[in-house]
Design a protein. Structure first.
Length: 321
């Protein structure tokens, strides 16, 4: 099988983005289990990024030894080196900020509500694209945003469930929306930053910056002891390694390979797999109650995300026009 031809396939790249979304979807459940078993968010943060970085380092070394003579050559970038490095650093910081804000929001909110807030990256991404492209969003995109807000109200349990006002902590909501903003920026940057680099090298650079940023953040707020515990606590490895694998190594690499090859519309629809998978994981693994109206809200959100791309028929080929 010709891997070069396969890696250019729309179907194959779409599958990679879908797998990245599903990979992200189980993180909050793992974090909740870690907290229930007595591990603090700073320790989990450090463990996730450190061991995710280790996994990527091993993969980079293995690929270099096995395929160093077969690496495809990319056209050199026209951007100066400092701009290329700068955009990679920004991408790494943004990626780390998603996790920091999201993990911290889980300390204030139920999983389902935190997930729904994070999922607002979809309409935030429309705004970012509009600003970057210097044009107003289409009527269909505006309609989709309204549908997503309605779905959020239902899926977040604001209506028709036992979720109390006390559980809607304003700090948690702010952190959840910040995570959504950073996630939208990260998805936007994933297919646009340094395409001339091999996907694994680009992923490793972004992960390295993200890890450095998390270590600085945790060290500044919680002290060096939290960093040491996050790296050396053997009991936390049962959570740190899966978080590093499914939250750093796998999705960053899959997005680096798949996202540049498919349209924004297709990528958005595929990323929508994250929310139902995450809510389902919370319901099955940690038995978090999910009311019927929440499931209705999840469906409405998925419809809202897919709506403009279906109407405008931008996903027929999966490629940008």
């Amino acid at each position: 099988m010709d891997f070069k031809k396969l890696s250019s396939s729309v179907v194959f790249c779409s599958l990679l983005v879908l797998l990245a979304s599903c990979s992200y979807a189980i993180l909050s459940t793992i974090v909740t289990l870690a907290v229930i078993n007595g591990f603090g968010i700073p320790v989990i943060l450090v463990g996730k990024f450190f061991y995710g970085w280790i996994i990527l380092l091993v993969l980079v070394v293995l690929i270099w030894f096995i395929y160093q003579r077969k690496q495809p050559k990319h056209a050199p970038s026209t951007l100066p080196l400092w701009k290329r490095v700068g955009t990679l650093i920004i991408t790494g910081i943004v990626m780390a900020s998603v996790t920091i804000c999201y993990f911290l929001s889980l300390g204030y909110l139920p999983i389902s509500l935190a997930v729904v807030l994070l999922f607002q990256y979809s309409w935030i991404g429309v705004v970012i694209e509009s600003i970057a492209g210097r044009k107003l969003p289409s009527r269909n995109q505006v309609i989709a945003c309204v549908v997503i807000v309605v779905g959020t109200i239902l899926a977040g349990g604001i209506i028709g469930s036992g979720l109390s006002l006390a559980e809607m902590n304003p700090i948690g909501i702010m952190l959840g929306l910040l995570a959504a903003f950073f996630y939208a920026v990260f998805v936007y940057l994933s297919g646009r930053v340094s395409p001339e680099l091999a996907p694994m090298n680009r992923s490793f650079f972004i992960a390295s910056v993200g890890m450095a940023f998390v270590l600085i953040f945790v060290g500044s707020l919680y002290g060096g002891a939290a960093i040491i515990e996050g790296i050396t606590n053997v009991n936390a490895l049962v959570y740190s390694i899966p978080l590093g694998l499914f939250g750093i190594a796998i999705p960053i690499f899959l997005l680096a390979v798949g996202a540049p090859k498919i349209s924004t519309g297709m990528a958005t629809i595929l990323n929508s797999a994250e929310l139902p998978v995450e809510v389902l994981a919370a319901a099955l693994i940690i038995l978090e109650p999910v009311a019927t109206l929440r499931w209705v809200g999840v469906v409405i959100i998925l419809i809202g995300i897919a709506l403009p791309h279906i109407i405008e028929r931008k996903i027929t080929s999966g490629l940008d026009e």
